[in-house]
Design a protein around this ligand. Sequence first.
Ligand SMILES: Cc1cc2nc3c(=O)[nH]c(=O)nc-3n(C[C@H](O)[C@H](O)[C@H](O)COP(=O)(O)O)c2cc1C
Ligand code: SF4
Length: 518
Amino acid sequence: MTPVIYVPDDSGALALGAEKVAAAIAAELADRGIAARVVRNGSRGLYWLEPMVEVQTDAGRFAYGPVAASDVKGLFEAGFIHGGQHRKWLGKTKDLPFLSRQTRLTFARCGITDPLSLDDYRAHGGLAGLRRALAMAPADIVATVTDSGLRGRGGAGFPTGIKWKTVLDQAADRKYVVCNADEGDSATFADRMIMEGDPFVLIEGMAIAGIATGATKGFVYIRSEYPHAVSKMERAIAIARQAGLLGTAVLGSPNAFDIEVRVGAGAYVCGEETSLLNSLEGKRGVVRAKPPLPAIQGLFGKPTVINNVISLASVPVILEKGAEHYRNFGMGRSRGTIPIQIAGNVKHGGLFEAGFGITLGQIVEEIGGGTATGRPVKAVQVGGPLGAYFPPALFDTPFDYEAFAAKDGLIGHAGITVFDDTADMLKQARFAMEFCAIESCGKCTPCRIGSTRGAETLDKVAAGIEPEKNLSLVADLCNTMKFGSLCALGGFTPYPVMSAINHFPDDFAPRARMEAAE
Ligand SMILES: Cc1cc2nc3c(=O)[nH]c(=O)nc-3n(C[C@H](O)[C@H](O)[C@H](O)COP(=O)(O)O)c2cc1C
Ligand code: SF4
């Protein structure tokens, strides 16, 4: 067989030199007169090993990494296109523990296939879910999604099937599906990975959402910081249209559905669904009051399904394999799998898809391998900039929406940022207030004014000015923000602030501050 070499063109791999590696491989193939096919795949999500080059051989797929352009000559000399041994040899890809321990449902194809080959997509199970959906009544598709237990992966964890049913039940001349690809949370990259590594799964999921709810038009709202994802999605949509997967007759059915990409302008709050809708309509990204719910009056006043990338990309496998197959993974009311994104000061940063129920400690210590600095872990922030800081004492918390809520935390978009014992939690608490002040849309007072006052008050604590009184003022302020804000930007900023104060009181104590200042 003609050897196939895989060199990712995922943004993460590109940032680490994948383009130079691909060029060196092409030059070496030409020099040696070797006929091999080079595929630019997505990332497998083992970012500390990127650029991770793979070779398909008769014995399976072998991985090498992290590969630098200067390694390429040596790799050829070692016979890497037949899986030969080399110091960058990692063994069979499927046996890498970081991968073999995962349950990949949503990311089943990511890093395996050619992202822009519809044939490859079909050969790996793609479109089976959409075909099944086309043979079902819309209400049955919605019921399948409800039965699967899928909850929104954008942060709020709202049941996807219930949202879809609300849209299905509306009588309207036009309905929309909006995919939220703003992915503004710190430590998150799952949406980007899917859009760059398996864009057709998102297109398929959106088409299923359209058919299930009667929507004929979809928009993918992608943050401007993701140029590679924008280009991949645009090319994939054009290919899908040409192949009849999108357009006036989806896969030859009477259903019409098409998708357009829209690029945001770089505001965190535009990830909030109503702000996003305003932005899509060409207005300023300011949060809308609810009701009306977007499912009833959304984009251009029409019923709109608005879902996160991962929620929509999880739908094809649910339709293909059935609700039960999906819901059999997980725990409690958190069903299926969750792609956990491991980042910050950690040895093995990357994407780990697992059934709900895996504990935070397993993720940080076993999967992530502890800190990259080798120092003890001090805190882990889960759920982006609005998520709580967890100390190691809470590492037995399982990934489960309710279990995290019970510990005053949230899973959010499942990004985790690891900090070692040099982290200053007062600085982190202040950062949360400052972030909120910068990103606030300004519509409501607790968030707009409270965040600025919060940062100032924490500065007073840091300066040792009436620390007890000022800390109690911060707690009071957090209470007002939590219960008085219109959206979760102001409403959830108290989570990182109060968790830092409650779990790491020493960092707020006057003596520690004065010693640190000396
Ligand atoms: C300030 C703020 C930022 C948000 N950013 C995002 C985001 O970047 N991506 C996302 O999917 N959801 C984000 N959300 C959540 C969305 O408002 C909404 O819940 C989500 O798009 C619904 O989709 P889901 O049910 O599939 O999760 C954000 C919410 C808030 C309050
Ligand atoms: S909480 Fe903040 S971001 Fe949300 S609506 Fe109020 S001012 Fe805007």
